[in-house]
Design a protein around this ligand. Structure first.
Ligand code: MCA
Ligand code: AMP
Length: 529
């Protein structure tokens, strides 16, 4: 790639995309993602597919049967292909079976962060209009009334330990199910991403989007026979649900399934695994453990990082301690994975690698002209992985695509001399904390509704653990005295915990420029310490 121009990179990607399409055309049959994954399952279905440290063990046959039972249940409930299923449950093997069942039945899966509070769930259910809502038993008392108010026909519960009504309702159903036929463009999932205007948008991902990315990553990351994935990510976002799960299933690899990320538990399981995926916060926390060393990583083939920038210090400290380099990659809910450092070649700190085969990635300036090496511009992408648009937002969808069909990522980057992409910023106001996205506008709107608040500005401050931490600068109404801790307490019941500002600063006024726009850079500098 050295000496090849950015334009050549785009041409190469277009050719790879063409080859990929030809490759897919030769296949006949069902383009349902589950059928694609099942086609790759091992010949012996009685080998282990997923195990937990608590001693649960699921074979590939168990996975087929459990997902078939739940797919049959959805059919018996009257859900037809294209119906939505909204799911807010704790991570468990059965939660995974529910996702797979939903694919098999041709339903559209809506995974929801377990941190979401009533206001957030109300919006997602009202917008997506699911026919089935599955929540954890502890949340039923407030989720069910919301679901009923929006006319949801069926509400079930699924607990972390195989409890709840869903599995009981599924138990009498047949454990065989003919996976519903889907075309590549049919929707498989809607992933809500926070909105710049405060309204979340549902990114519609198709079976074809997900299958093409799984196929590409399997080759690019050199997944091989005998690989074992240590899965410690949540399964309500692209990273844990698609990149990690599809990676293992497409490669017929066993998963060691941790209910949550716990550095000591990860270190304990590493000797039994070969692949690990995490957000930068997870790597920072692993490095804080004295027990994290070359010995526990001896059998590991690949550590992958994404969802947020990996600091060079973390990359370098990891190499010193583990004796290997983290592979950093870059993607979005709307596009799944876009670029990656190589599996075999050089992994460069501070870069997210090259565009994946089949992904056309260009970096352009304000006039739309391609930037040269080392020049900053906005990142635009096109390819079989790019989503079908925002759910029920055709105008928003149109505005996010260029006339020639490239999606505007909102990220600012540059190609370095090796053709590797560096993300240098974002042209939208976004905070990424521990791998979760927080849009300041959403939080400001909620803070401004609190009694006594005149206005607010939400900013991200550098944080060793989370990369960025959410902070708010709040102006009280005249004559009102605000208490920062009381504001934080009232926000906790309104929004997911990771969106709640860690710190709130009360000030008499916000700095503004001549146009009246709040100068967040001044606020970030003032509160950096
Ligand atoms: C938890 N808390 C957080 C975060 N997570 N605060 C800020 N940022 C966070 N990310 C807060 C909780 O609200 C709680 O606050 C306290 O920390 C403890 O909560 P707990 O759940 O125990 O947290 P944890 O286990 O320490 O979680 C840290 C974590 C988690 C493991 C790093 O945030 C995580 O799993 N992050 C991964 C996110 C992810 O998968 N992103 C992928 C998005 P309090 O004590 O005050 O109540 S997909 C994507 O971005 C794209 C496509 C891509 O490229 O992958
Ligand atoms: P989301 O829409 O929640 O999936 O978040 C996607 C955003 O996360 C991207 O637009 C980037 O801003 C950011 N992101 C993902 N991976 C990386 C990475 N490796 N380095 C920097 N930013 C990243």
């Amino acid at each position: 790639m050295r000496n090849s121009s950015p334009a050549k990179c785009v041409r190469r990607a277009r050719f790879e995309h063409y080859c990929e399409r030809q490759d897919m055309k030769t296949k006949t049959g069902n383009d349902n993602l589950f059928a694609v994954l099942e086609g790759r399952f091992p010949r012996s279905l009685d080998t282990c597919c997923l195990e937990t440290p608590e001693g649960l063990n699921y074979t590939w046959r168990d996975l087929l049967r459990a997902s078939a039972r739940l797919a049959n249940l959805t059919k018996a409930l009257g859900l037809r292909p294209g119906a939505r299923v909204a799911v807010q449950v704790e991570k468990s093997p059965e939660a995974l079976m529910l996702y797979l069942a939903s694919l098999r039945a041709g339903l559209i899966f809506l995974p929801l962060n377990t941190a979401y509070q009533a206001g957030e769930i109300d919006y997602f259910i009202g917008d997506a209009k699911p026919e089935l809502v599955v929540c954890s038993p502890e949340r039923l008392s407030w989720v069910e009334p919301i679901a009923r108010r929006h006319g949801v026909r069926h509400v079930h519960t699924l607990g972390a330990n195989r409890d709840g009504t869903l599995l009981a309702a599924g138990a009498p159903h047949a454990d065989e199910f003919r996976t519903v036929s889907r075309r590549p463009d049919d929707l498989a999932a809607i992933l809500y991403t926070s909105g710049t205007t405060g309204r979340s948008k549902g990114a519609m991902l198709s079976h074809g989007n997900l299958a093409s990315n799984a196929r590409t990553l399997q080759r690019y990351w050199g997944w091989c026979r005998g690989d074992v994935l240590l899965h410690a990510l949540p399964i309500f976002h692209v990273h844990g649900l698609f990149v990690a799960v599809h990676g293992a299933l497409y490669n017929a690899s066993k998963m060691i399934w941790l209910a949550r990320f716990d550095p000591a538990a990860v270190i304990g399981q590493l000797p039994r695994a070969t692949v690990f995926m995490g957000v930068p916060t997870m790597y920072v926390r692993l490095l804080d453990e004295p027990g994290f060393d070359r010995q526990c990583c001896a059998g590991m083939r690949l550590f992958i990082s994404g969802s947020a920038p990996l600091r060079t210090e973390t990359f370098e400290e990891f190499e010193r301690r583990a004796g290997m380099r983290i592979l950093e990659r870059y993607g979005m809910s709307e596009t799944i994975m876009l670029t990656s450092n190589p599996c075999a070649g050089e992994r460069i700190a501070g870069t997210v690698g090259k565009p994946l085969p089949g992904v056309e990635l260009r970096i352009v300036d304000d006039s739309g002209t391609a930037c040269g090496f080392g020049e900053n511009g906005v990142i635009q992408v096109r390819g079989p992985n790019v989503f079908r648009g925002y759910w029920r937002m055709p105008a928003k969808t149109r505005s996010e695509f260029t006339a020639d069909g490239f999606f505007r990522t909102g990220d600012v980057g540059q190609f370095d001399a090796n053709g590797y992409v560096r993300i240098v910023g974002r042209n939208r106001d976004l905070i990424i904390t521990g791998g979760y996205n927080v849009y300041p506008k959403e939080i400001e709107t909620i803070i401004d509704e609190l009694p006594g608040v005149l206005e607010s500005a939400v900013i991200g401050l550098s944080d060793r653990d989370f990369g960025e931490a959410v902070a708010a600068v709040v102006v009280p109404r005249t004559g009102v005295t605000l208490d920062a801790q009381a504001l934080i307490a009232s926000l906790r019941s309104r929004i997911a915990g990771y969106k709640v500002p860690r710190r709130i600063f009360i000030v008499p006024e916000l700095p503004r420029n001549a146009m009246g726009k709040v100068q967040k850079n001044i606020l970030r500098d003032s509160y950096a310490q």
